[in-house]
Write a protein that binds this ligand. Sequence first.
Ligand code: AHR
Length: 502
Amino acid sequence: MKNRVICDKNFLLGEVDPRVFGSFAEHMGRVIYSGIYEPEHVTADEDGFRQDVMNAVRDMKISAVRYPGGNFVSSYHWEDGVGPKEKRPRKLELAWKAVETNEFGTGEFIKWIRKAEAEPIFTVNLGTRGVEEALQYLEYCNFPGGTSYSDRRIEYGDTEPYKVNMWCLGNEMDGEWQMGHKTSREYGRLAAETGRAMKRLDPEIELIACGSSLSSMQTFPEWDLEVLEQTYDVIDYLALHQYYGGQELGTANFLAQTLDMENYIQTVKAAATVVKAKKRSEKTIKFSMDEWGVWANPADTVNDEVREQPWRRAPAISEQIYTMEDALLFAGMQMVILRNADVIRIACQALITNVSACIMTEKNGEMWLQTTYYPFCYFSNYGRGTVLETKAEGPCYNCDLFSNVPYVDHVAVWNQEEHEIAVFFVNRHETEAMEVDIELTGFACGQIKESVTLSAKDKKTTNQKDHRAVIPKENKRVAVEKESIHAELPAFSFNVIRVEVL
Ligand code: AHR
Protein backbone atom coordinates (compact mmCIF):
# COMPACT_ATOMS: atom_id res chain seq x y z
CA MET A 1 0.00 0.00 0.00
CA LYS A 2 1.25 3.45 -0.95
CA ASN A 3 1.54 6.58 1.18
CA ARG A 4 2.77 10.08 0.53
CA VAL A 5 4.08 12.59 3.08
CA ILE A 6 4.67 16.15 1.87
CA CYS A 7 6.94 18.55 3.77
CA ASP A 8 8.10 22.02 2.76
CA LYS A 9 11.01 23.95 4.18
CA ASN A 10 8.77 27.03 4.50
CA PHE A 11 6.05 25.37 6.57
CA LEU A 12 7.13 24.90 10.16
CA LEU A 13 4.87 23.79 12.95
CA GLY A 14 6.90 24.72 16.02
CA GLU A 15 10.11 24.36 17.98
CA VAL A 16 10.43 21.26 20.11
CA ASP A 17 10.96 22.28 23.72
CA PRO A 18 13.63 19.89 25.09
CA ARG A 19 11.50 19.51 28.23
CA VAL A 20 9.01 17.36 26.33
CA PHE A 21 11.47 14.50 26.80
CA GLY A 22 10.82 14.38 30.52
CA SER A 23 9.93 11.58 32.90
CA PHE A 24 8.43 11.17 36.35
CA ALA A 25 9.86 9.80 39.62
CA GLU A 26 7.13 9.21 42.17
CA HIS A 27 7.40 7.51 45.53
CA MET A 28 5.26 4.68 44.24
CA GLY A 29 5.97 0.95 44.30
CA ARG A 30 9.62 0.41 43.32
CA VAL A 31 10.16 3.58 41.30
CA ILE A 32 12.53 5.12 43.87
CA TYR A 33 13.54 2.25 46.17
CA SER A 34 15.33 -0.44 44.11
CA GLY A 35 14.52 1.60 40.99
CA ILE A 36 16.76 4.64 40.91
CA TYR A 37 18.03 4.26 44.51
CA GLU A 38 19.45 1.06 45.97
CA PRO A 39 22.57 1.60 48.10
CA GLU A 40 23.16 -2.17 48.40
CA HIS A 41 23.17 -2.69 44.63
CA VAL A 42 26.43 -3.73 43.02
CA THR A 43 26.28 -0.74 40.63
CA ALA A 44 25.35 1.84 43.31
CA ASP A 45 27.53 4.93 43.56
CA GLU A 46 28.51 6.73 46.79
CA ASP A 47 24.99 8.22 47.00
CA GLY A 48 23.23 4.90 46.53
CA PHE A 49 22.13 5.62 42.95
CA ARG A 50 22.05 2.62 40.62
CA GLN A 51 24.45 3.31 37.80
CA ASP A 52 22.93 0.75 35.45
CA VAL A 53 19.73 2.82 35.65
CA MET A 54 21.59 6.13 35.51
CA ASN A 55 23.28 5.06 32.26
CA ALA A 56 19.96 4.08 30.69
CA VAL A 57 18.44 7.42 31.79
CA ARG A 58 21.34 9.28 30.21
CA ASP A 59 21.00 7.26 27.01
CA MET A 60 17.33 8.24 26.93
CA LYS A 61 18.45 11.88 27.19
CA ILE A 62 15.71 12.52 29.74
CA SER A 63 15.54 16.28 30.05
CA ALA A 64 13.36 16.86 33.12
CA VAL A 65 11.92 14.71 35.90
CA ARG A 66 8.83 15.42 37.98
CA TYR A 67 9.04 14.62 41.71
CA PRO A 68 7.83 13.42 44.30
CA GLY A 69 4.32 12.58 42.99
CA GLY A 70 1.72 11.89 41.68
CA ASN A 71 -0.92 10.83 44.13
CA PHE A 72 1.87 10.39 46.68
CA VAL A 73 2.39 14.14 46.98
CA SER A 74 -1.14 14.86 48.14
CA SER A 75 -0.42 13.80 51.72
CA TYR A 76 3.38 14.24 51.63
CA HIS A 77 5.26 16.32 54.18
CA TRP A 78 8.44 17.42 52.44
CA GLU A 79 10.10 18.07 55.82
CA ASP A 80 10.09 14.31 56.46
CA GLY A 81 12.52 13.82 53.57
CA VAL A 82 15.26 16.27 54.59
CA GLY A 83 17.94 16.29 57.29
CA PRO A 84 19.87 13.43 58.86
CA LYS A 85 18.55 10.14 57.50
CA GLU A 86 18.51 8.41 60.89
CA LYS A 87 16.12 11.03 62.19
CA ARG A 88 13.66 10.88 59.32
CA PRO A 89 10.24 9.53 60.29
CA ARG A 90 8.71 6.32 58.95
CA LYS A 91 5.24 7.20 57.72
CA LEU A 92 2.16 5.39 56.47
CA GLU A 93 1.84 6.32 52.82
CA LEU A 94 -1.83 6.30 51.97
CA ALA A 95 -1.93 6.73 48.20
CA TRP A 96 -0.16 3.41 47.49
CA LYS A 97 -0.34 1.68 50.87
CA ALA A 98 3.32 1.59 51.79
CA VAL A 99 5.63 2.37 54.67
CA GLU A 100 7.61 5.41 53.56
CA THR A 101 11.02 5.47 55.24
CA ASN A 102 11.89 8.88 53.79
CA GLU A 103 15.51 7.82 53.32
CA PHE A 104 15.22 9.35 49.84
CA GLY A 105 13.93 12.92 49.81
CA THR A 106 14.47 16.34 48.28
CA GLY A 107 18.25 16.59 48.70
CA GLU A 108 18.78 13.06 47.36
CA PHE A 109 16.56 13.77 44.38
CA ILE A 110 18.42 16.97 43.58
CA LYS A 111 21.73 15.08 43.70
CA TRP A 112 20.31 12.36 41.50
CA ILE A 113 18.87 14.76 38.92
CA ARG A 114 22.12 16.70 38.66
CA LYS A 115 23.96 13.45 37.97
CA ALA A 116 21.28 12.51 35.43
CA GLU A 117 21.86 15.90 33.74
CA ALA A 118 18.18 16.78 33.79
CA GLU A 119 16.00 19.51 35.28
CA PRO A 120 13.76 19.00 38.33
CA ILE A 121 10.01 19.65 38.29
CA PHE A 122 8.64 19.75 41.83
CA THR A 123 5.06 19.33 42.96
CA VAL A 124 3.63 20.88 46.12
CA ASN A 125 1.00 19.20 48.24
CA LEU A 126 -2.33 20.95 47.68
CA GLY A 127 -4.30 17.94 48.91
CA THR A 128 -3.82 17.97 52.67
CA ARG A 129 -1.75 21.18 52.80
CA GLY A 130 -1.82 24.68 51.36
CA VAL A 131 -0.20 28.04 50.75
CA GLU A 132 2.04 28.13 53.80
CA GLU A 133 3.71 24.73 53.37
CA ALA A 134 4.24 25.39 49.66
CA LEU A 135 6.01 28.63 50.53
CA GLN A 136 8.18 26.92 53.13
CA TYR A 137 9.21 24.25 50.63
CA LEU A 138 10.03 26.84 47.97
CA GLU A 139 12.06 28.83 50.50
CA TYR A 140 13.92 25.66 51.52
CA CYS A 141 14.77 24.89 47.91
CA ASN A 142 15.38 28.21 46.22
CA PHE A 143 16.21 30.92 48.74
CA PRO A 144 19.98 31.51 49.00
CA GLY A 145 20.17 31.67 52.82
CA GLY A 146 19.73 33.76 55.96
CA THR A 147 16.14 32.65 56.65
CA SER A 148 14.85 29.78 58.69
CA TYR A 149 14.05 27.29 55.88
CA SER A 150 16.94 28.20 53.59
CA ASP A 151 19.33 27.94 56.55
CA ARG A 152 17.95 24.52 57.29
CA ARG A 153 18.98 23.40 53.78
CA ILE A 154 22.45 24.86 54.36
CA GLU A 155 22.71 23.15 57.75
CA TYR A 156 21.91 19.85 56.00
CA GLY A 157 24.83 20.34 53.66
CA ASP A 158 23.44 22.07 50.57
CA THR A 159 24.86 25.58 50.62
CA GLU A 160 23.76 26.44 47.10
CA PRO A 161 20.04 26.93 46.39
CA TYR A 162 18.53 24.20 44.23
CA LYS A 163 17.05 26.72 41.77
CA VAL A 164 14.03 24.56 41.01
CA ASN A 165 12.33 26.42 38.21
CA MET A 166 9.18 24.39 37.50
CA TRP A 167 6.52 23.80 40.17
CA CYS A 168 3.26 21.88 39.87
CA LEU A 169 0.42 23.19 42.02
CA GLY A 170 -0.83 19.85 43.33
CA ASN A 171 -1.61 16.67 41.43
CA GLU A 172 -4.81 15.47 39.74
CA MET A 173 -7.01 17.39 42.15
CA ASP A 174 -10.11 16.55 40.06
CA GLY A 175 -9.78 12.85 40.91
CA GLU A 176 -11.88 11.37 43.69
CA TRP A 177 -8.92 9.07 44.40
CA GLN A 178 -6.81 12.07 45.35
CA MET A 179 -6.15 12.78 49.03
CA GLY A 180 -7.82 16.14 49.60
CA HIS A 181 -9.74 15.97 46.29
CA LYS A 182 -11.42 19.27 45.47
CA THR A 183 -14.02 20.79 43.21
CA SER A 184 -12.69 22.94 40.38
CA ARG A 185 -13.78 26.04 42.25
CA GLU A 186 -12.01 25.05 45.45
CA TYR A 187 -8.87 23.94 43.65
CA GLY A 188 -8.76 26.91 41.27
CA ARG A 189 -8.87 29.33 44.17
CA LEU A 190 -6.25 27.48 46.21
CA ALA A 191 -3.95 27.10 43.20
CA ALA A 192 -4.23 30.80 42.38
CA GLU A 193 -3.53 31.86 45.96
CA THR A 194 -0.63 29.45 46.35
CA GLY A 195 0.84 30.36 42.98
CA ARG A 196 0.60 34.09 43.63
CA ALA A 197 2.39 33.74 46.96
CA MET A 198 5.06 31.45 45.49
CA LYS A 199 5.83 33.95 42.74
CA ARG A 200 6.26 36.68 45.35
CA LEU A 201 8.90 34.56 47.00
CA ASP A 202 10.60 33.60 43.72
CA PRO A 203 9.41 35.50 40.63
CA GLU A 204 11.63 33.35 38.37
CA ILE A 205 9.63 30.15 38.82
CA GLU A 206 7.13 28.73 36.35
CA LEU A 207 3.87 27.27 37.61
CA ILE A 208 1.79 24.38 36.34
CA ALA A 209 -1.85 24.04 37.44
CA CYS A 210 -3.79 20.76 37.39
CA GLY A 211 -5.99 20.31 34.37
CA SER A 212 -8.14 17.20 34.02
CA SER A 213 -6.58 13.86 34.96
CA LEU A 214 -7.74 12.14 31.78
CA SER A 215 -9.79 13.04 28.72
CA SER A 216 -12.45 10.61 29.99
CA MET A 217 -13.08 12.45 33.28
CA GLN A 218 -16.76 13.33 33.70
CA THR A 219 -15.73 16.86 34.67
CA PHE A 220 -13.63 17.41 31.52
CA PRO A 221 -13.53 20.11 30.15
CA GLU A 222 -15.49 22.16 32.72
CA TRP A 223 -12.72 21.54 35.24
CA ASP A 224 -10.13 23.01 32.86
CA LEU A 225 -12.26 26.04 32.08
CA GLU A 226 -12.88 26.84 35.74
CA VAL A 227 -9.25 26.30 36.78
CA LEU A 228 -8.06 28.48 33.91
CA GLU A 229 -10.56 31.19 34.83
CA GLN A 230 -9.21 31.31 38.36
CA THR A 231 -5.50 30.90 37.70
CA TYR A 232 -4.96 32.42 34.25
CA ASP A 233 -2.90 35.41 35.40
CA VAL A 234 -0.74 33.38 37.75
CA ILE A 235 0.19 30.13 36.01
CA ASP A 236 2.36 29.40 33.00
CA TYR A 237 1.11 25.94 32.05
CA LEU A 238 -1.98 23.81 32.47
CA ALA A 239 -1.27 20.12 33.08
CA LEU A 240 -2.77 17.33 30.99
CA HIS A 241 -2.44 13.69 32.02
CA GLN A 242 -3.22 10.77 29.74
CA TYR A 243 -2.79 7.00 29.99
CA TYR A 244 -4.35 4.54 27.54
CA GLY A 245 -5.08 0.87 28.09
CA GLY A 246 -7.79 -0.97 26.17
CA GLN A 247 -5.80 -3.82 24.61
CA GLU A 248 -8.98 -5.91 24.96
CA LEU A 249 -10.72 -3.64 22.43
CA GLY A 250 -8.50 -5.09 19.72
CA THR A 251 -5.47 -3.64 17.98
CA ALA A 252 -7.35 -1.37 15.58
CA ASN A 253 -9.13 0.44 18.42
CA PHE A 254 -6.19 0.32 20.78
CA LEU A 255 -3.83 2.06 18.36
CA ALA A 256 -6.45 4.59 17.23
CA GLN A 257 -6.50 6.15 20.70
CA THR A 258 -3.88 8.68 19.60
CA LEU A 259 -6.79 10.41 17.85
CA ASP A 260 -8.44 10.84 21.22
CA MET A 261 -5.23 12.36 22.52
CA GLU A 262 -5.25 14.85 19.62
CA ASN A 263 -8.87 15.78 20.41
CA TYR A 264 -8.03 16.13 24.09
CA ILE A 265 -5.24 18.62 23.36
CA GLN A 266 -7.36 20.56 20.85
CA THR A 267 -10.19 20.84 23.38
CA VAL A 268 -7.92 22.11 26.15
CA LYS A 269 -6.38 24.54 23.67
CA ALA A 270 -9.86 25.81 22.81
CA ALA A 271 -10.71 26.18 26.52
CA ALA A 272 -7.56 28.23 27.05
CA THR A 273 -8.38 30.40 24.04
CA VAL A 274 -11.87 31.11 25.40
CA VAL A 275 -10.53 32.08 28.82
CA LYS A 276 -7.85 34.26 27.26
CA ALA A 277 -10.53 36.11 25.30
CA LYS A 278 -12.79 36.48 28.34
CA LYS A 279 -9.94 37.98 30.30
CA ARG A 280 -8.80 40.17 27.42
CA SER A 281 -5.38 38.78 28.25
CA GLU A 282 -2.19 39.17 26.26
CA LYS A 283 -0.86 35.97 27.73
CA THR A 284 -1.11 32.56 26.04
CA ILE A 285 -1.12 29.57 28.35
CA LYS A 286 0.93 26.57 27.26
CA PHE A 287 0.57 22.96 28.34
CA SER A 288 2.47 20.41 30.33
CA MET A 289 1.58 16.79 29.51
CA ASP A 290 3.26 15.86 32.74
CA GLU A 291 2.01 12.28 32.94
CA TRP A 292 1.57 10.17 29.86
CA GLY A 293 1.93 6.54 28.99
CA VAL A 294 0.38 3.22 28.08
CA TRP A 295 -1.40 1.12 30.66
CA ALA A 296 -0.48 -2.51 29.94
CA ASN A 297 -2.97 -5.35 29.96
CA PRO A 298 -3.54 -6.34 33.63
CA ALA A 299 -2.55 -9.89 32.68
CA ASP A 300 0.88 -8.53 31.69
CA THR A 301 1.31 -6.65 34.92
CA VAL A 302 3.41 -7.80 37.84
CA ASN A 303 1.24 -6.53 40.62
CA ASP A 304 1.05 -7.40 44.27
CA GLU A 305 -2.49 -7.12 45.51
CA VAL A 306 -1.10 -4.45 47.72
CA ARG A 307 -4.33 -3.38 49.43
CA GLU A 308 -4.77 -6.87 50.85
CA GLN A 309 -1.14 -7.15 52.00
CA PRO A 310 0.35 -5.85 55.23
CA TRP A 311 2.04 -2.43 55.13
CA ARG A 312 5.50 -2.79 53.58
CA ARG A 313 8.34 -0.66 52.26
CA ALA A 314 8.24 -0.17 48.48
CA PRO A 315 5.97 -3.09 47.50
CA ALA A 316 6.01 -4.02 43.81
CA ILE A 317 2.90 -2.50 42.23
CA SER A 318 1.80 -1.76 38.67
CA GLU A 319 4.95 -3.30 37.17
CA GLN A 320 3.63 -3.36 33.66
CA ILE A 321 5.23 -5.45 30.97
CA TYR A 322 4.96 -3.90 27.54
CA THR A 323 4.35 -5.72 24.28
CA MET A 324 5.28 -4.70 20.75
CA GLU A 325 1.69 -3.50 20.35
CA ASP A 326 2.04 -1.29 23.44
CA ALA A 327 5.24 0.18 22.01
CA LEU A 328 3.34 1.31 18.90
CA LEU A 329 0.70 3.18 20.91
CA PHE A 330 3.47 4.62 23.08
CA ALA A 331 5.31 5.86 19.96
CA GLY A 332 2.03 7.24 18.58
CA MET A 333 1.47 9.22 21.79
CA GLN A 334 4.96 10.67 21.59
CA MET A 335 4.24 11.73 18.00
CA VAL A 336 1.10 13.53 19.16
CA ILE A 337 3.17 15.43 21.72
CA LEU A 338 5.66 16.48 19.02
CA ARG A 339 2.93 17.42 16.55
CA ASN A 340 1.63 19.82 19.21
CA ALA A 341 5.05 21.34 19.83
CA ASP A 342 3.56 24.81 19.46
CA VAL A 343 1.59 24.40 22.70
CA ILE A 344 3.08 21.48 24.62
CA ARG A 345 6.22 22.69 26.34
CA ILE A 346 6.73 20.01 28.97
CA ALA A 347 5.91 16.30 28.86
CA CYS A 348 6.73 13.53 31.33
CA GLN A 349 6.58 9.89 30.39
CA ALA A 350 5.29 8.11 33.48
CA LEU A 351 7.13 6.63 35.27
CA ILE A 352 10.91 6.40 35.16
CA THR A 353 11.47 2.87 36.51
CA ASN A 354 9.36 -0.22 37.22
CA VAL A 355 5.86 1.34 37.25
CA SER A 356 4.57 1.70 33.69
CA ALA A 357 8.23 2.31 32.84
CA CYS A 358 10.71 1.93 30.01
CA ILE A 359 13.41 0.83 32.47
CA MET A 360 12.87 -2.25 34.66
CA THR A 361 15.04 -3.34 37.55
CA GLU A 362 15.35 -6.37 39.74
CA LYS A 363 16.13 -5.75 43.36
CA ASN A 364 19.77 -6.77 43.84
CA GLY A 365 19.70 -7.82 40.23
CA GLU A 366 19.80 -6.76 36.63
CA MET A 367 18.21 -3.93 34.71
CA TRP A 368 16.37 -4.48 31.42
CA LEU A 369 14.70 -2.33 28.82
CA GLN A 370 11.08 -2.58 27.71
CA THR A 371 9.79 -2.38 24.14
CA THR A 372 8.80 1.23 24.83
CA TYR A 373 12.35 2.24 25.71
CA TYR A 374 13.44 2.34 22.07
CA PRO A 375 10.84 4.77 20.68
CA PHE A 376 11.53 7.10 23.62
CA CYS A 377 15.27 6.96 23.00
CA TYR A 378 14.94 7.70 19.30
CA PHE A 379 12.48 10.57 19.78
CA SER A 380 14.57 12.09 22.54
CA ASN A 381 17.88 11.76 20.72
CA TYR A 382 16.70 12.76 17.25
CA GLY A 383 13.33 14.50 17.67
CA ARG A 384 14.90 17.82 18.64
CA GLY A 385 14.64 20.90 16.47
CA THR A 386 11.64 22.17 14.51
CA VAL A 387 8.58 20.08 13.73
CA LEU A 388 7.66 20.35 10.05
CA GLU A 389 4.07 20.86 9.01
CA THR A 390 3.16 17.93 6.79
CA LYS A 391 0.32 16.75 4.58
CA ALA A 392 -0.20 13.04 4.13
CA GLU A 393 -2.11 10.74 1.82
CA GLY A 394 -2.56 7.03 2.34
CA PRO A 395 -4.93 4.22 3.24
CA CYS A 396 -7.09 4.52 6.35
CA TYR A 397 -9.30 2.19 8.38
CA ASN A 398 -12.48 2.49 10.42
CA CYS A 399 -12.91 0.99 13.87
CA ASP A 400 -15.40 1.28 16.73
CA LEU A 401 -13.69 4.31 18.25
CA PHE A 402 -12.79 6.33 15.14
CA SER A 403 -13.21 6.56 11.39
CA ASN A 404 -10.46 7.34 8.91
CA VAL A 405 -7.54 6.24 11.01
CA PRO A 406 -4.41 6.39 8.84
CA TYR A 407 -2.45 3.13 8.86
CA VAL A 408 0.71 5.18 8.73
CA ASP A 409 1.22 7.81 11.41
CA HIS A 410 4.21 10.12 11.22
CA VAL A 411 6.05 13.21 12.43
CA ALA A 412 9.05 14.96 10.86
CA VAL A 413 11.60 17.02 12.81
CA TRP A 414 14.26 19.24 11.26
CA ASN A 415 17.40 19.66 13.34
CA GLN A 416 19.04 22.69 11.76
CA GLU A 417 22.21 22.49 13.86
CA GLU A 418 22.82 18.89 12.84
CA HIS A 419 21.66 19.46 9.23
CA GLU A 420 19.31 16.57 9.61
CA ILE A 421 15.65 15.62 9.23
CA ALA A 422 14.33 12.72 11.28
CA VAL A 423 11.05 11.21 10.15
CA PHE A 424 9.31 8.87 12.58
CA PHE A 425 6.59 6.44 11.48
CA VAL A 426 4.22 3.94 13.00
CA ASN A 427 2.73 1.41 10.62
CA ARG A 428 -0.46 0.28 12.35
CA HIS A 429 -1.24 -2.37 9.76
CA GLU A 430 -0.92 -5.82 11.29
CA THR A 431 0.02 -7.68 8.14
CA GLU A 432 0.92 -5.25 5.31
CA ALA A 433 4.15 -3.39 4.76
CA MET A 434 3.67 0.23 3.68
CA GLU A 435 5.46 2.12 0.91
CA VAL A 436 6.08 5.78 1.77
CA ASP A 437 7.28 8.64 -0.40
CA ILE A 438 8.46 11.57 1.69
CA GLU A 439 8.70 14.76 -0.35
CA LEU A 440 11.03 17.31 1.20
CA THR A 441 10.39 20.42 -0.88
CA GLY A 442 13.10 23.03 -0.53
CA PHE A 443 15.60 20.68 1.09
CA ALA A 444 18.56 19.06 -0.63
CA CYS A 445 18.90 15.56 0.75
CA GLY A 446 22.32 14.13 1.42
CA GLN A 447 22.99 10.66 2.67
CA ILE A 448 20.83 8.54 4.94
CA LYS A 449 22.40 8.65 8.37
CA GLU A 450 20.30 5.91 9.90
CA SER A 451 17.19 3.91 9.16
CA VAL A 452 15.83 1.56 11.81
CA THR A 453 12.69 -0.38 12.44
CA LEU A 454 11.22 -1.89 15.60
CA SER A 455 8.98 -4.89 14.98
CA ALA A 456 8.30 -8.44 16.16
CA LYS A 457 6.80 -11.60 14.69
CA ASP A 458 4.11 -11.62 17.33
CA LYS A 459 2.49 -8.35 18.42
CA LYS A 460 2.35 -9.59 22.01
CA THR A 461 6.13 -10.10 22.23
CA THR A 462 7.73 -8.48 25.28
CA ASN A 463 11.33 -8.10 26.46
CA GLN A 464 10.63 -9.64 29.85
CA LYS A 465 12.27 -13.04 29.33
CA ASP A 466 14.44 -12.43 26.31
CA HIS A 467 15.58 -8.87 26.96
CA ARG A 468 16.57 -8.45 23.32
CA ALA A 469 13.40 -9.84 21.75
CA VAL A 470 12.23 -6.41 20.56
CA ILE A 471 15.12 -4.14 19.66
CA PRO A 472 15.65 -1.77 16.70
CA LYS A 473 17.15 -3.26 13.55
CA GLU A 474 18.47 -1.62 10.43
CA ASN A 475 15.92 -1.13 7.66
CA LYS A 476 17.69 -1.34 4.33
CA ARG A 477 14.56 -0.64 2.30
CA VAL A 478 15.19 3.08 2.11
CA ALA A 479 16.44 5.18 -0.79
CA VAL A 480 17.07 8.87 -1.04
CA GLU A 481 16.81 11.24 -4.01
CA LYS A 482 17.47 14.96 -4.26
CA GLU A 483 14.25 16.13 -2.58
CA SER A 484 12.66 12.91 -1.43
CA ILE A 485 13.00 9.69 0.48
CA HIS A 486 11.38 6.42 -0.46
CA ALA A 487 10.93 3.77 2.22
CA GLU A 488 9.19 0.53 2.93
CA LEU A 489 7.89 0.20 6.47
CA PRO A 490 7.41 -3.37 7.69
CA ALA A 491 3.97 -4.42 8.94
CA PHE A 492 3.24 -3.40 12.53
CA SER A 493 6.39 -1.41 13.13
CA PHE A 494 7.92 1.76 14.51
CA ASN A 495 10.49 3.38 12.19
CA VAL A 496 13.02 6.17 12.20
CA ILE A 497 14.72 7.55 9.09
CA ARG A 498 17.42 10.17 9.59
CA VAL A 499 18.64 11.97 6.52
CA GLU A 500 21.27 14.63 6.04
CA VAL A 501 19.86 17.86 4.55
CA LEU A 502 21.66 20.85 3.14
O1 AHR B 1 0.62 5.77 38.02
C1 AHR B 1 0.95 7.01 38.46
C2 AHR B 1 -0.25 7.71 39.05
O2 AHR B 1 -1.20 7.95 38.03
C3 AHR B 1 0.04 9.06 39.62
O3 AHR B 1 0.37 9.02 40.95
C4 AHR B 1 -1.22 9.81 39.43
O4 AHR B 1 -0.97 11.19 39.29
C5 AHR B 1 -1.87 9.16 38.23
O5 AHR B 1 -3.20 8.91 38.46
